[in-house]
Design a protein around this ligand. Structure first.
Ligand SMILES: [Zn+2]
Ligand SMILES: [Zn+2]
Length: 231
């Protein structure tokens, strides 16, 4: 059996990108010391409502990551994908999985190292959640002022999308990602998210250096998927 991901649910999966309610719920229940990556998903009891289980229970529509932060949301996904490298199972020279005494597959890296990476993941995700909330409340897309300013948000997003055409720092590789809206300097929450990405890189770098050595750190950091802004 491959290692089981840490999850609080048993229901089947449908959506890939989770709503913020489920994202928050996973973070709150996540223990990085297990050395397992968190699994961010919405779960759906029935197809009829279109709401995930948690949102159906609170009788509200799913709260997807704010439109103005879709690019930041993709950046988070890219970072989470990037660290899955440290959660591979161990294999012998022929590519067959190593098995423990019970015949189960084992991780390539020990729990202590994986827990350090998981701690960095938890802090990154916590910061993303706080940033998204800050962005949302800064633009008054929730709460008492929602009605008054709801019309302004699409206009803000359109302006931001135009800005993204000329804004310099973009993720390497995927050109399509460049037109997704991202926070820029001066936005509410920008500094928190910029700092969080920087800290994440630093924490992974430190963990890899101490566990796998500086040569491996240099190789791995060269594959870091984002260009980080100065701030
Ligand atoms: Zn959900
Ligand atoms: Zn939901």
């Amino acid at each position: 059996m491959p290692p089981r991901p840490h999850t609080a649910y048993a229901a089947p999966v449908r959506a890939k990108r989770p709503c913020m309610i489920c994202f928050r719920n996973v973070i709150l229940n996540y223990d990085p010391m297990t050395g397992e990556l968190p699994v961010f998903r919405c779960y759906f009891a029935t197809a009829a409502t279109g709401k995930c289980t948690l949102c159906a229970a609170r009788r509200k529509a799913c709260l997807l990551p704010a439109e103005g932060m879709q690019g930041d949301s993709l950046d988070l996904e890219a970072l989470l994908e990037w660290v899955t490298f440290y959660f591979d199972i161990a294999r012998d020279a022929d590519g067959n999985p190593d098995l423990d005494a019970d015949g189960d597959e084992v991780y390539e890296h020990d729990t202590g190292f994986r827990a350090e990476i998981c701690g960095a993941v938890l802090r990154l995700c916590t910061a993303f959640e706080a940033t998204e909330k800050t962005h949302r409340s800064g633009l008054e897309t929730t709460g008492a002022k929602k009605k008054r300013s709801r019309a302004n948000y699409p206009a803000w997003v359109a302006a931001r999308r135009a800005l993204m055409q000329v804004y310099h720092p973009r993720p390497a590789g995927n050109a399509k990602k460049a037109i997704e809206c991202r926070l820029v300097p001066g936005d509410d929450g920008y500094q928190l998210w910029a700092l969080a990405k920087r800290m994440f890189r630093g924490e992974v770098s430190a963990a890899v250096t101490s566990a796998l050595g500086p040569a491996q750190e240099a190789v791995d950091m060269a594959t870091f998927p984002l260009r980080l802004d100065d701030f």
